[in-house]
Ligand binder design. Sequence first.
Ligand code: HAM
Length: 467
Amino acid sequence: MRSGLALAAGIRGIGALMLERLPGFRDFYPEDCARRDFLFRVWTEAARRHGFRRYDIPTLEPLELFTEKSGPEIVSQLFNFTDKGGREVALRPELTPSLARMVGARVATLKKPVKWFNIAENFRYEKPQEGRLRSHFQLNCDIFGEPGPAADAELIAVCLACLRAFGLGPEDFALRLSDRTLWTLLLEAMGIEGTAAMEVLGIIDKLERTPREETLKRLQPHFGDASEDFLGQFGMLMALHEFGEMADFMRSLAPNAGIREKTETRLGVWRELLDALDAMELSPFIRIDLGIVRGLAYYTGFVFEVFKLAPDGPGYAGRALAGGGRYDHLVSKLGFPPTEAVGFGMGDVTMTQFLEEKKKLPPIIEAPDVFIVAAGEAERRAALGLAGRLRAAGIRTEYALRAPGFGKQFRLAGQCGARLAVVVGTDELAAGNVRLKDLASGGESVVPLSGAPAAVRVALEEGIGSA
Ligand code: HAM
């Protein structure tokens, strides 16, 4: 196991202490930041196009907010400690409980539905692995104050838009749609309710990543000898992706009139949701899949996860790109008036990998527009003044900090990818001019120093043809 603090005496030869990054955390070099900026910009634009407004929350929260509200899996992954004031605190592993507190605190005055989004860093002490780190960024979109499936449809629409905005389509990914309400009814029909039902849902959530024998062992306390049968039924349910078939299967499992009626009512809500999604032309992205239950404790209704499609087969590949659902009780569990809620989180780790695989990340262009080349010390003052004026005009401008020779400055201009060199030459300056050189075409023009910003702007837009 590598420690975070490594003695690099061998490398440096002087016993210097080299501090390594913590496992599961990332450094973002400028090119990584440029990629991340692109991701966040596309997400932000998609969220705003759907009428979501940005909010933000503290990075550090009272530990209790998560131990009470997020469920056992996240609690086992908390970065928590006692602060200098003796408070038990944790770095946020997710945004949802904090957001529910914010909305709850102003619920009486907020205009409903509340549609808010945020992009923020979360911290989870997970085993670092493919698609899972100890720090990740998440886009969250949430809607509060709307109980009906119209809000679930709107939320799914913005979630899909946050992938489609990169040029990804139904041939690339799918949203697996499920329902905790149907699951609760199903388990109730089998006599499993309350915390036992929550535990079984936790086992189902892990099923795809757990060996069958291990799953059977975990189901044993709840189903005893019937554990195999349960897994068999579950396998059948998971294979039903068509609404009519899924509905018939659910009806067939209802043991009495009470559960039958509740099932029927719920299937009616399903129909409303699927109709709305169809009207939004989103059906090609949706796969009914009751194999999804979500690991977090607070979900109450429709839940979903987004996965990329396996390249060679009908299944899915990798870890979830996004996940969310309805959580109507969280605001009231925090002590505020009951407020319905539905939301999702989409992570940057899996999303960036996906975009790389699909070649949807644009080339990173961070080159300056202009590189100023000064003939010598005497021209340097004018060059510095010009740099200030070009930058004030919004033109990305660079020059050599050390003022090397003329040829070296041109080489630097080429290396940094500038489109234009602005040459502050002795003769030109004496005549009150500068020379613009298009570094791609080699074309040149002489323009007055006083009008340089406007002339540079024209040259950047239209280029300077070679003479
Ligand atoms: P979650 O499923 O835990 O949901 O996370 C949402 C997404 O964040 C995942 O699909 C994944 O892309 C990313 N993610 C989660 N953990 C990690 C990790 N350790 N490393 C890299 N990426 C990760 C939630 O957090 C809910 N609070 C979402 C929500 C908002 N539900 C309602 N509103």
